[in-house]
Design a protein around this ligand. Structure first.
Ligand code: H2P
Length: 812
């Protein structure tokens, strides 16, 4: 028997009988229980193991095929992954859904019961983390050899509870009951240093020895990332911080100083304790920087370990390695690779710099200048003294390059420097990320353009070819097939087969069906059924959803002003023929972001008030389900009629919820911002409700001197809405929100109010014509094929990574 790479393994069964046997054997040998006494958890664990085994076999073949082809590997470094629940996805991707359902039934459970036990790892915050998850899905689906690296936070994004008092945050101990999808790999543990000092090395001007003052261990485990409709199974490798043995102080423990004995160990393990520790304190900020270096250091050592398995020279490193930095969080990877090459492997500085620059690429996800990270030099110096020295040298050589191109332009040098001068000197991570990479991309056309024209304009002038656009995308498997099985079946029927799930442009084939009345009726019936399942409000009402992280630039407050206006209009004229609406908000606000939390609280207050109002409640309902996460998104998106994408133009880099909603037949009301522009261009102007200023008008409005009170004075309904808030009927929080809008209104909410209201009137007019609305809905789906993350990955592969697929040959 050939035992290499699992070739000698028994092939796992796919028939119901075979699957059942495997399930029973897992129940018996891994859970130590029998059919008679199995709990739902036993059944869930045994089922997960059985499904996982199928993927593990594919994983073994993938690893063998990828290693044999010696490809250029894509390493995706991301502080966040919002992977979503795993069981349902893995049933689909392993093709075991049907036998599993039967086998589980024979145990006395339903698949749905067991899916409820599947906990989603909340290792991310919003679009950025979910994008990482969609990209790794598509990397595997496109057979691209890749590893995602991240942090295995013990506590993921907090669990949110919404009450009339707003948002309450609770810890999310997601792996409390274990995580059956994870493979620990303690052998690949890494050692990470912090603090300490550097020492010169005799005879070298560039090399130094770093003597860290604290050592922490990084222990990896990985999750399997299967491709859809292919054999490839890649991995996401997540690092947990562990204290080294030496950090436990046995003598103190023996002396009864229990807390002191473990304090060093606790400090070490705190590194991977929570996602985004509160950074309103100095210690919190230092912990974040520690997390970033922890991720980078473990991952780079792992990448170097993998490279060195082949004994190839450093000359080939960049040909075999591309490291994508997902935003600036992992940017310390640039000086870290320099440190490894120069200090540890004795590669010449120039050579090391050439390797580093051709290895990295950077994706920027924001346009808000305040969201581009900077770290105090002082903190860097203390925590990562050697890295700061390397950054200084990189900066000096870089500024020389700028000086040579733009002699005497001191202002430019100051603007472009990696070090921001001022009372507190800071390291500008985005500048480091641009200087140390081969390619920089924004995530939608407008975003990439604005990056070149505004925040990174000096860099674009220096290196125009470095700047690219790669428009985001989403996984049609998770967000259509799994989230919306009814619609998915209808699409498959309409197109004749399921190949659209790997080739989303095929959705265009639905276009003619928009004119087919029986197809339209079925389409409508599915939307209704999804609304019934969601149970948020009357399924015949217009389901109007705004689901995303809470941030003032996204302008949930504009939607609030709309709701208040509707409330007042209905109260003034209760007998009129109102379009019934269910307005659904979902999303979390960062715990220290008080203005965003105020908006949540205000929404909760308004929702309760409307609910209690017999005049308004038959026509208008506001709901705010708690704890927005991937699982909840998968329930809301299929039920949405109207998708709110109302950020101030020029502020939302892309958005991906907009894509998920359009794909599921929600019609967008939106500004010319982020990917909305590309959605509108594809679905057609007639099938999109546009309003508001564009990015240039918005920028101009600020420059010309924006006075929110001016809009308040001129627009009677706006005035009434704001006066209502100021009157206190929605509590103190209403007053605060009104004051912030009237006094400053950073994101020009009041300026776009009237245009938004007019566009909402168009929405209602269209809604009254179900044929027209349903056509729009179908055409939105039909023309959203471009927004597949498979296309995004193909773009990165061709233009940035220059990598090709490595197919994995199947067993059969
Ligand atoms: C961010 C941007 C979005 C973008 C997403 C993925 C940071 O997500 O703001 O515009 O689509 O990255 O590129 P979010 O706001 O949802 O946290």
């Amino acid at each position: 028997m050939d035992l290499r790479q699992g070739i000698g393994l028994r092939k796992l069964g796919r028939t119901t009988d075979e699957f059942q046997q495997d399930l029973l054997s897992n129940l018996y040998y891994r859970r130590g229980t029998t059919v008679e006494s199995a709990s739902a958890r036993d059944a869930y664990e045994a089922l997960s193991q059985t499904v996982r085994d199928h993927l593990a076999q594919r994983r073994a073949r993938t690893a063998a095929a990828q290693f044999a082809s010696n490809p250029r590997w894509v390493y995706y470094l991301s502080a966040e992954y919002l992977l979503g629940a795993q069981l349902e996805q893995n049933l689909l991707y392993s093709g075991t859904g049907e036998p599993a359902a039967e086998a589980v039934k024979a145990l006395g459970f339903s698949l749905e019961d067991l899916e409820d036990l599947d906990v989603e790892p909340g290792l991310g915050n919003g679009g950025l983390g979910r994008l990482a998850a969609c990209l790794v899905d598509s990397l595997a689906t496109r057979d691209i050899p890749a590893v995602g690296y991240g942090i295995r936070y013990d506590l993921g994004i907090f669990r949110q509870i919404i009450t009339e008092n707003g948002q309450t945050e609770l810890p999310d101990d997601w792996a409390f009951q274990g995580n059956p999808w994870e493979f620990p790999a303690p052998d690949d543990r890494q050692t990470v240093g912090f603090y300490g000092h550097t020492e010169p090395i005799a005879g070298s001007t560039t090399r130094k020895t770093w003597v860290p003052g604290e050592i922490v261990l990084g222990e990896p485990s990985h999750m399997l990332v299967p491709g859809y409709g292919t054999e490839t199974v890649n991995i996401v490798r997540l690092w947990s911080a562990k204290a080294s043995e030496a950090s436990f102080d046995l003598s103190r423990f023996s002396a009864g100083q229990y807390a002191e004995a473990v304090q060093e160990a606790v400090r070490a393990e705190n590194i991977s304790k929570v996602l985004y520790p509160d950074d309103s304190t100095e210690l919190g900020r230092e912990l974040r920087l520690k997390q970033q270096y922890f991720l980078v250091s473990c991952s780079l050592r792992d990448i170097v370990r993998r490279f060195r398995l082949r004994n190839e020279g450093w000359d080939t490193f960049a040909d075999k390695t591309v490291i994508q930095l997902n935003d600036t969080h992992p940017t310390i990877a640039i000086p870290e690779l320099m440190r490894l090459l120069v200090d540890e492997y004795e590669v010449e500085w120039e050579k090391a710099w050439e390797i580093t620059r051709s290895t990295f690429a950077y994706t920027c996800h924001t346009l808000l200048p305040e969201a581009l990270e900077t770290w105090p030099v002082r903190m860097f110096e203390k925590l990562l003294p050697r890295h700061l020295e390397i950054i200084y040298l990189i900066n000096m050589l870089f500024l020389r390059e700028v000086e040579a191109r733009f002699p005497g332009d001191h202002d430019r040098l100051r603007r472009m420097s990696i070090i921001q001068e001022g009372p507190e000197r800071r390291v500008r991570m985005a500048h480091l990320a641009v200087v140390g990479t081969e390619a920089v991309n924004g995530v939608a056309e407008l975003h990439s353009k604005l990056l070149r024209e505004t925040v990174l304009d000096d860099f674009a002038a220096l290196w125009p070819a470095k700047f690219q656009n790669v428009t985001n995308g989403v996984s049609p498997r998770r967000f259509v097939k799994l989230a919306n099985p009814r619609l998915s079946d209808l699409i498959t029927e309409g197109l004749g087969d399921e190949t659209w799930l790997r080739d989303l442009d095929r959705l265009a084939g639905l276009e003619p069906l928009a004119d087919d009345s029986s197809f339209r009726e079925r389409w409508q019936a599915i939307k209704r059924a999804n609304k019934v399942d969601l149970a948020a409000g009357d399924p015949d009402s217009l389901t109007d959803v705004m689901i995303k992280r809470f941030h003032e630039y996204k302008r949930q407050q504009l939607k609030v002003l709309h709701v208040i206006t509707l409330y007042q209009r209905i109260r003034q004229n209760p007998a009129a023929d109102w379009v019934p609406r269910t307005v659904l908000f979902a999303g979390k606000a960062a715990p220290a972001y008080h203005a965003a939390k105020d908006i949540i609280r205000l929404i909760a207050t308004i929702a309760a008030r409307i609910e209690a109002d017999p005049v308004v409640s038959p026509h208008l309902k506001v709901v705010f389900p708690s704890n927005y996460n991937v699982t909840l998104a998968e329930r809301i998106i299929p039920a949405a009629d109207l998708s709110e994408q109302i950020s101030l133009a020029g502020k939302e880099a892309s958005g991906t919820g907009n894509m998920k909603l359009a794909l599921n037949g929600a019609v967008t009301i939106g500004t010319l911002d982020g990917a909305n522009i590309e959605i509108r261009a594809r679905v057609g102007e007639d099938n999109f409700f546009l309003f508001g200023m564009d990015a240039y008008e918005a920028a101009q409005a600020r420059i010309n001197g924006y006075h929110p009170r001016h809009f308040y004075e001129r627009d009677e309904e706006l005035r009434a809405a704001l006066d209502t808030l100021t009157s206190g009927i929605f509590g103190e929080v209403g007053r605060r929100v009104a004051a912030s809008l009237l006094d400053w209104d950073e994101y020009l909410t009041l300026a776009d109010f009237r245009s938004y209201l007019e566009s909402q009137e168009q929405v209602e007019k269209t809604w009254r014509d179900p044929t027209r609305w349903t056509r729009m809905s179908i055409l939105n789906t039909a023309h959203s094929g471009f927004f597949s993350s498979d296309r995004t990955v193909a773009d990165y592969a061709a233009r940035i990574w220059r990598v090709a697929p490595v197919p994995v040959i199947g067993e059969d």
